[in-house]
Design a protein around this ligand. Structure first.
Ligand code: AMP
Ligand code: FE
Ligand code: FE
Ligand code: ZN
Length: 271
């Protein structure tokens, strides 16, 4: 049966598999289609696309942008856009700067608490999981989970949100690059009122199948999509060994969802 995972991360953001290895792993897991959705970067595709071609995997453009909506962090997935779009590349660039600045501020806060955190990364963007890993490696906390619970989780003492880019602007960028925009993991948006106002924005779909979320809870999101004529998407949010319980392909979509998106991707990326 055709299966495509539309949500996963590489070492270009906070995943632990490099782009080529992620593509090879997707094939090993029996997937036919894949969208890599790194946080705020499309760097993986330069390396992942040739490998996907070599292995016969249908790989399409994807990204997971961090946005702020009514002071709530909302993740927005973009698909099938032009990978060379200046709009996309410029937003990624601004996110890189935001992430660098906020990382400096979070490190400063941790140092004030007496923690030493050497941060190193040779590719891609830095995120809180890297900082959490550095705290584990330095022996300051026992686990990544503890690092988030005590210091780095939203609203905790060393959390810094960084400059905000709005959902509205992010949707304009994705659409301007010929892509489609999807509300990521709606089950993680705590406030129902916030979700309801999100539904009024020009999204094209909602991620109804997510990670290992219970199957019986999917209907709510499917109903939202159907009443708006939106796409019903899904994916694992695979991050590799940093989130060991979530395997690639544990949530996925069928050919009917993937193929129109993939054709749009091919159309937008003819050279
Ligand atoms: P950032 O994009 O730098 O704000 O970091 C957010 C990322 O951190 C999320 O996409 C997850 O991958 C990860 N994350 C968030 N909360 C936790 C948590 N409690 N435990 C482990 N990882 C988390
Ligand atoms: Fe992540
Ligand atoms: Fe996310
Ligand atoms: Zn994700």
């Amino acid at each position: 049966m055709f299966r495509a995972d539309l949500h996963c991360h590489t070492t270009c953001s906070d995943g632990t598999l490099p782009p080529e290895a992620l593509v090879a792993y997707a094939v090993e897991r029996g997937l036919q289609g894949l969208a890599i959705t790194d946080h705020d970067t499309v760097e993986a595709f330069g390396r992942a696309l040739p490998e996907a071609k070599r292995l016969g995997l249908q790989l399409m453009s994807g990204v997971e942008f961090s946005t702020v909506f009514e002071e709530t962090v909302v993740h927005v997935l973009g698909y099938a856009f032009d990978l060379k779009s200046p709009l996309i590349l410029d937003l990624c660039d601004r996110h890189r700067q935001r992430r660098q600045d906020r990382m400096d501020q979070m490190v400063k806060k941790l140092r004030r608490l007496g923690f030493e955190v050497p941060l190193m990364k040779d590719e891609g963007v830095l995120g809180r999981p890297h900082l959490a890993q550095a705290l584990v490696d330095a022996g300051h906390v026992a686990s990544i989970d503890e690092a988030f619970k005590k210091y780095l989780g939203d609203g905790r003492s060393c959390f810094v949100p960084g400059a905000a880019f709005s959902v509205e602007e992010t949707l304009e960028v994705i659409h301007g690059a010929g892509g489609l925009a999807v509300i990521a993991h709606p089950m993680l948006v705590k406030k129902t009122s916030c979700l309801k106002r999100l539904y009024r924005l020009p999204f094209d779909g909602i991620e109804a199948f997510y990670a290992r979320w219970p199957r019986h809870q999917e209907q709510r999101w499917i109903d939202v999509a159907k009443s708006r004529d939106w796409l019903i998407t899904g994916g694992s949010d695979f991050h590799g060994s940093i989130k060991p319980r979530i395997d690639l392909g544990c949530s996925w979509v069928q050919e009917e969802v993937f193929t129109p998106l993939y054709e749009r991707f091919l159309e937008n990326n003819r050279d």
